[in-house]
Write a protein that binds this ligand. Structure first.
Ligand SMILES: C[S@@+](CC[C@H](N)C(=O)[O-])C[C@H]1O[C@@H](n2cnc3c(N)ncnc32)[C@H](O)[C@@H]1O
Length: 263
């Protein structure tokens, strides 16, 4: 078990124990800290920004299970391109499904949190860490990793993310759907993207592999959809009890819950 160590606050890394220390914009996330990380109290480290993008542990575990089940069996490597504070990379490493888990994060302080958090979960040494720009790292270090799949939870910036009923993936910032898909598909077509639950599904269809269906899953926490994952490439999912067909509204936003298929 990793000993509880003090976070380097001078690098913008914190473990908030008491509500009074928590900045206002982080309060609502910190209130859910034990859901976000079940081991939070053992000394999880976060930067203030990392709270906004973290994948809560129950969602990360559900995604990890789906990725493990659905990925082509010969794929033995998983690359988490936007690793953040480690929410997904830790779940992938804990699953035991992968011979190698690579985690790329460009912010050094956030990467330091991810490594420390992985240590708390006992998987720090099961993950190969890269500090840098994922597009660069994929091109220079991982381009020939053909037996890999790529998982990516990119930042969800851009106009209308919070207000619009349907999120436009063409104007997502700082990287739009096409930038991400085109760069990653040079390494592998087996890509999982974690995107806003309001993502315009019609914009995803053009990336469907010929003769295949694109799998889309909603991930919910406490009854509310948090996000979707889109499974590109050769993912296959057997029928499960919670499968259902997504009803697309006229303007393309997804409603419903579970794994669905787009053609
Ligand atoms: C939504 S967060 C990912 C959260 C992560 N899934 C988790 O559970 O902790 C996106 C992360 O991508 C990082 N990032 C943004 N652009 C990047 C790039 N070009 N290469 C690598 N990391 C990047 C950000 O610093 C941020 O930590």
């Amino acid at each position: 078990m990793a000993p509880m160590t003090d976070p380097p606050a001078d690098e913008g890394i914190f473990h908030y124990q008491y509500g009074d220390d928590v900045p206002a914009e982080v309060q609502k996330y910190w209130a859910q800290r034990d859901t976000i990380f079940s081991e939070y109290s053992r000394g999880i480290w976060m930067t203030n920004d990392a709270w906004f993008g973290i994948t809560p542990e129950p969602v990360a575990n559900a995604i990890s299970e789906h990725v493990s089940d659905g990925a082509p069996k010969e794929k033995k490597i998983i690359i988490d391109a936007f690793a953040g504070a480690g929410g997904n990379a830790i779940a992938f490493a804990l699953s035991g499904r992968w011979e190698q888990v690579f985690a790329i994060e460009k912010d050094p302080a956030v990467l330091k949190c991810a490594k420390h958090n992985a240590e708390i979960y006992g998987v720090e040494k099961k993950i190969w860490w890269y500090e840098g720009d994922c597009f660069e790292v994929l091109r220079t270090h991982l381009a020939r990793t053909k037996d890999a799949i790529i998982y990516a939870s990119p930042p969800w910036g851009g106009p209308g993310y919070r207000e619009d009923n349907v999120f436009n993936l063409k104007t997502m910032e700082p990287y739009n759907l096409d930038t991400i898909y085109t760069a990653f598909a040079k390494v592998t077509k087996d890509i999982v993207l974690y995107l806003p639950r309001t993502s315009n599904l019609n914009q995803l269809v053009k990336y469907t592999t010929e003769g295949k269906k694109l799998e889309v899953a909603h991930y919910c926490l406490k009854g509310a959809s948090k996000a979707i994952c889109v499974y590109f490439g050769d993912f296959t999912f057997g029928p499960k009890d919670d499968d259902e067909t997504i009803d697309e509204t006229a303007d393309g936003a997804a409603e419903g819950n579970g794994v669905s298929h787009l053609e």
